[in-house]
Design a protein around this ligand. Structure first.
Ligand SMILES: [Zn+2]
Length: 99
């Protein structure tokens, strides 16, 4: 009587658990500091962010959380966001190309 135990190696995919991070960021318009809760994937991509201080909200960005006060207009935030991008990413002031 054979008593073989078949040991099937389990394909154990790494569970992609996002991690939460509490950070402080300044408003992109006036630099007022807000506490935020950011969610990152295990490889460091920003998934979501929420402002935990009153009076602010997140500005969507693919790379990092950005915040702005609720008192600023969309136009003010857009202008500040463009300025922020040209200051923080030198490649980003070139027109985006399909590549
Ligand atoms: Zn502000």
């Amino acid at each position: 009587m054979t008593n073989d135990q078949i040991d099937v190696p389990r394909t154990n995919l790494p569970t992609s658990e996002n991690k939460n991070a509490v950070e402080m960021h300044g408003c992109i318009v006036c630099a007022r500091i807000f506490n935020i809760l950011a969610v990152y994937t295990p490889d460091g991509r920003l998934v979501d962010c929420a402002v935990t201080s009153p009076g602010g909200h997140c500005v969507p960005d693919e790379q990092r959380p950005l915040v702005a006060c609720n008192t600023h207009t969309t136009g003010e935030i857009e202008t500040a966001y463009k300025r922020w991008k040209s200051r923080n990413g030198k490649e980003l002031d070139i027109e985006q190309e399909d590549e």
